[in-house]
Design a protein around this ligand. Structure first.
Ligand code: ADP
Ligand code: MG
Length: 249
């Protein structure tokens, strides 16, 4: 079966730094893939490469078999790859509803803001933003802004949604709510890549994990198997901790 999204030998350099280093990875239709790794591992850069924000320096990205490595970000969004940003940046003076509508106009097939707004009413309800729909986006709490990012992404009617740390900065209750929402979105048939630096969060929703460390893919597979991998433990907790774990019965 052809994977929905596949990366082959993808590298992204920033000057002398290989932020993403020769990564090959595929994602199947309907999958929830967790992409994890410590801060600075290259997770956001990988998302930026896939979505055309910082195109690959080498390697190839394919979506539904089509080479999209050199596509512009708006072209990629219109093909059905939507993403959220780690740093949430709504249009602050536009209302919440207008922000979502803008996503619908940008890549969701709506021809103008009026059509876009109609298309996004359900999304506001889904993301529990309906009651603040007419408030300026700048007035939202962090948890609400994260949900707004999700709603904007969904307004593009994606087949793949890449979520960059949508849970960062949330409290445990808010994280549980966000995970329930992500599961619900997955059940509608949207393929999801969840980028996280917190292992516990991704463990609970991912069918498969991919681990980045210093730009390289160091492990990939079922969550429990990946978490038993010594290289993964070392990347997160340091070699001394990994060694001490092995000595225990
Ligand atoms: P993560 O999302 O896993 O925390 P990033 O992808 O943000 O990691 O960063 C990976 C590495 O690439 C870091 O060393 C970071 O400083 C560097 N980097 C990311 N974006 C840029 C950029 N636009 N210019 C220069 N260096 C960058
Ligand atoms: Mg990041």
């Amino acid at each position: 079966m052809t994977p929905l999204l596949s990366l082959t030998g993808v590298t992204r350099r920033f000057g002398g730094l290989k932020a993403v280093d020769n990564v090959s990875l595929s994602i199947g239709q309907g999958e929830i893939l967790g992409l994890i790794g410590p801060n600075g591992a290259g997770k956001s850069t990988l998302i930026n490469v896939v979505t055309g924000v910082h195109p690959a320096t080498a390697g190839q990205v394919r979506f539904r078999g089509q080479d999209i490595t050199r596509h512009k970000s708006y072209q990629i969004a219109r093909l059905g790859l939507a993403r959220t940003f780690q740093i949430v940046q709504p249009f602050p003076r536009m209302t919440v509803a207008e922000n979502v509508a803008a996503g619908a106009v940008f890549a969701g097939g709506a021809e103008n803001l009026v059509q876009g707004r109609a298309a996004t009413r359900d999304l506001l309800r889904l993301t529990k933003l309906d009651r603040v729909a007419e408030a300026p986006a700048a007035t939202l709490t962090l948890a609400q802004r994260k949900r707004l990012e999700l709603a904007k992404g969904l307004a593009m009617r994606p087949s793949v949604l890449l979520l960059d740390e949508v849970n960062a900065g949330l409290n445990p209750t808010e994280i549980d709510e966000a995970l329930a929402l992500i599961r619900h979105i997955a059940e509608t048939g949207i393929t999801i890549v969840v980028v996280e630096h917190l292992m516990k969060v991704v463990m609970s929703i991912s069918q498969r994990l991919a681990v980045l460390h210093q730009g390289q893919l160091i492990a990939e597979g079922k969550p429990d198997v990946v978490m038993d991998n010594r290289a993964v433990v070392e990347a997160y907790l340091g070699p001394r901790y990994a060694a001490s774990m092995e000595k225990q019965p």
